[in-house]
Every structure is written in C-alpha cells, then in structure tokens.
Design a protein around this ligand. Structure first.
Ligand SMILES: [Zn+2]
Length: 488
C-alpha cells in the first residue's frame, strides 16, 4: 500500500512537472540570491497590502488584501485568542458580502500549550535548541541518551534498543505534504522510547509541524518535538557521540471552544440542493498559503455570487469557514459541521474545498546529508505545481479543466477522493459520504513554517485561481443533480 502511494505520488510529481512548463508566467520573477538562500520573498503585486480598495471581488489587490489581513492573526490554533479574532473577522467579511452569516461555537478537546524547551547536552554542556512540540503530545520533562533511528521505520526502530532513550527521526514530507513517519511516534513509545525528535523536510533550519491521523489526544504517550533540518543533523551527530538531550513540555488537554462560520446565500429555487464551499481558517503560524489564500477565495466567491441577480443563482449556496484542520487534526475540519448536519448532507450537490490557492514554484533540494544542511531552495518560473483532486464524478473534472487552461493553472488530475486526497477531514470526509467534491491544491516547501507569509503570495496568480473556481461554480450551479453525478 505504501509503495503504491509512493509511486502514485512520484507520477503525480512527474506529470505536474511536465505540465508546469505551459503555465502562465504573469507573475514570475528572476531568481535572486535571497531566494536561493530561502529568505525574504517580496512580491511586486502586493505593494499596497494594508488597504483593500479595489471593489471587484476578483481583483488581485482585494484578494491579496484578505490574505494580508487574516495573516495578522497568528498563530491561529483552534481555541486560541488569535483564532477567535479570525472567526469574528471572517464572519464580518461574509456578512458584508451580503450573506446571512452566523458563528457556531462548539466544544472540543483543545491542547493548551504553555511552554517548552529542548537542550542538547554536548560534552556535559547544555545547548538550547530551536524546536516546536508535536501537537497534542504528552507533557513532561526528562533527560535521556539520544538514539538515531533513521527514518523511524519498523526495522530501524527494532534494530536498536530504544528503551529509556530519546529517538531522533529523519522525517520527510512527500510533495511537502505526506509525512513519512505516521506511525513512528506511537511505535517508538511502545518500544520504550521516552521522547522523540523529528524533522519534516522544510528548507534552511525551518521547523514544519505536520498533522498525523494517529493523534490520540490525551492518550498520546510521550513528549515529541519537531526540529529544523540543520538542528536535527546536529542531534544525529550527538547520538553518534553518545550525547544526551533534556526536554520540558508544559502542555495539557482541556475542553476548549472553537467556531464554524456559516454564511447562507439563498438561490432562486429553480434547482434543488446546495453548493457548499469551504475553507479552513486556522493555521500553524501566519498561514498565508495555508490557508489565508483559501479564505480569500471564500470571501471573493461569496462577494461575487452575492452580487449576482438571484435568477443567476438557481440553487442555494453555503460558505463555510472551519478550524482545527492544522493544530487539531484529525478532529477538526468539517467534523463538527457534519455531526450537526447529517440530515442535510444528501442535499449537498457539490463540496468545494478551497485550500492553498497560489504560490510561486519552489523546489527544495533534500536528501539525508549535507544538502539538507545547506537548505537549498530553487525558484522555478510559474506557479507551484497543482493537483486537482475530485471524487470519481467525471463531470467535475470535465467542467473544471477548461478553466484551468484558461487561467494557466494546469494541474495533475486526480479523481481519487476519498481513497487518496490531501485532507481527510475536509474533501475526504465529504467524499466518503458520496458528496461530489473538488479540491485544487498545492504545497510549497515553506508551508506550515513561520515563513508561510503574505509577501510570498502572488496576487495575480491568486486572482487567476479564484476566477477558475468562480467559472467552474457558475457552470455547476446550473447543472442538475443527475448531470453532476452522472457516471459518464
Ligand atoms: Zn490547508
């Protein structure tokens, strides 16, 4: 199964590389030394960031303005103060667009992170290391000898005695998304490890938290920390030298409150059912690509469709903002909405997840050695490679593809939802219930890191992406249920 996934991912990558040569280059730039070093990435499209002045919902400056505004609230962890501010902000934007909007609070198991620290003990001297806790892992402190377990596979974990030890795991993220160590944490703990330190493939020494479907909340067994690639390489060297590490993680689970934001836009009633458009608005840090771009799309589409005469909207639309997709996986996303709306699901004619809409193409060269230490990042001309995930309803791909061409957004077509999708708690969950679902997405080496910032988002590309979604929706909204779900 794992191998099948690997080959599929490689073929997706190859296919999208082939396609990316044809893409529009309206916002491509030269490669500068700063970009090669992976530092600042100013975008000439976003020189007027603080004001949203253009009133066209699809205007690059307007859409980028939403990205800029939402990223001011950070980190947007579910249940935390900045996420609550983002809730109010999003509800206000949908309300202003003319939607009948409400905020729905609900209780969930929140991880209350207070403080943490990690010290490598080299030759008896403690050296503080940059780290970020693996979300929802167990509180505690301790000191233990380091053991390098490579990629943290079953064989590597069994090859050494890790009982009472702190394991160092070289994590990877296929296509920047799919973590290579989904079961390492629990397996290492079962075998007696007392702490885990892992990296996940971001450039330079950036720390990239990832979410795992193996999150058992209160029952997660040991503390674990994410680290940058350079620091992890130092930890591996320390393990070879027989050095130790000490850690402290002050965090616990409690009942917290987070919110769905739900905006209704009634149609003329000529067609039954509802189009459901969704974006998660939580984020690891500033979360520009992930997912202020999707939220900007949500607002832009709400404004566009709300401004149409009602006869041009033959059926109802619903615009949904959700949280807990990043810090809180796999319990967030549409999970709460689905528990409240089970009876409504058969009326959903289309689920569109807006996630990661625009970024410049960037390649992070990664291996397991010196290249990682260098943190080489190369910018490619054109957009980051996209994938278009859909359920197996052919009408979705057939309707979307012409607009991808028109707006220069070529993507690898993947009618694989829910067997393979980017988000199990979003389009995956809806696809599982038989709802026709689409998700046009991408991921860059900087996503999930503190450098996923608004200045990296090309405003014109964002506008192209939202327009493609708009045109696709304009076609779908007039199609009958049978046309959308037709097997032909
Ligand atoms: Zn996302």
């Amino acid at each position: 199964m794992k191998n099948t996934l690997k080959y599929l991912l490689i073929s997706i990558l190859t296919f999208s590389c082939l396609l990316s040569g044809c893409e529009s280059s309206d916002d491509s730039r030269d490669i500068s030394p700063e970009l090669l070093l992976g530092s600042g990435n100013p975008d000439p499209d976003s020189t007027n960031p603080d004001q949203v002045v253009d009133t066209d919902p699809m205007a690059p400056s307007r859409l980028h303005g939403w990205v800029r505004q939402l990223t001011e609230f950070q980190p947007r962890w579910a249940g935390y103060p900045e996420e609550h501010k983002a809730t109010q902000w999003l509800a206000q934007r949908l309300e202003n667009a003319g939607l009948d909007t409400r905020i729905e609070p609900y209780t969930f198991r929140q991880w209350d992170l207070k403080d943490w620290e990690v010290h490598l003990i080299e030759d008896g001297m403690p050296v503080e290391m940059k780290s970020f806790p693996m979300w929802s892992t167990h509180e505690g402190d301790g000191t233990a000898e380091l053991v390098d377990v490579g990629f943290g596979t079953e064989l590597e974990l069994l090859a050494r005695d890790i009982s009472g030890k702190a394991v160092v795991v070289t994590g990877r993220a296929l296509l920047n998304v799919f973590a290579t160590y989904p079961s390492t944490y629990h397996r290492a703990a079962e075998l007696g490890a007392v702490a885990m330190f892992v990296t996940s493939d971001a450039p330079d020494n950036l720390i990239r938290p990832t979410s795992s479907g193996q999150n058992m909340l209160d029952d997660n067994p040991i503390p674990a920390f994410q680290m940058g690639a350079q620091d992890l390489a130092r930890m591996r060297q320390a393990a070879r030298n027989g050095d130790s590490v000490s850690w402290r993680l002050d965090a616990r689970h409690k009942d917290g409150t987070t919110h769905d934001v739900i905006g209704h836009l009634p149609g003329s009633g000529a067609l039954e059912g509802t189009i459901l458009i969704c974006a998660h608005y939580d984020a690891w840090f500033s979360g520009a690509l992930d997912n202020a771009t999707g939220v900007a799309g949500l607002i832009g589409l709400a404004e566009h469709f709300a401004a149409l005469p009602v006869e041009e909207r033959p059926r109802d639309m619903m615009f949904l903002g959700v949280t807990g997709h990043d810090a809180g996986f796999p319990y967030g996303g549409v999970t709460h909405w689905l528990t409240e709306n089970e009876a409504f699901v058969p009326e959903v004619e289309l689920f569109m997840n807006l996630d990661h809409l625009a970024a410049h193409g960037v390649e992070h060269l990664t291996t397991t050695g010196i290249i990682d230490m260098l943190g080489l990042v190369i910018e490619r001309p054109g957009d980051e490679e996209r994938a278009l995930f859909t359920t197996t309803h052919p009408a979705l791909m057939r309707t979307f593809l012409p607009y991808l061409l028109r707006y220069g957004l070529l993507a690898a077509p993947l009618p694989t939802v829910p067997e393979l999708n980017a988000n199990n708690d979003l389009e995956g969950a809806m696809g599982k219930l038989g709802v026709p679902s689409v998700n046009l997405t991408m991921a860059t080496p900087h996503y999930h890191t503190v450098q996923d910032t608004a200045d990296r988002i090309p405003a014109k590309q964002l506008s192209r992406a939202v327009k493609a979604h708009r045109d696709f929706l304009s076609d779908i909204i007039g199609m009958t249920r049978e046309q959308i779900r037709s097997p032909l």
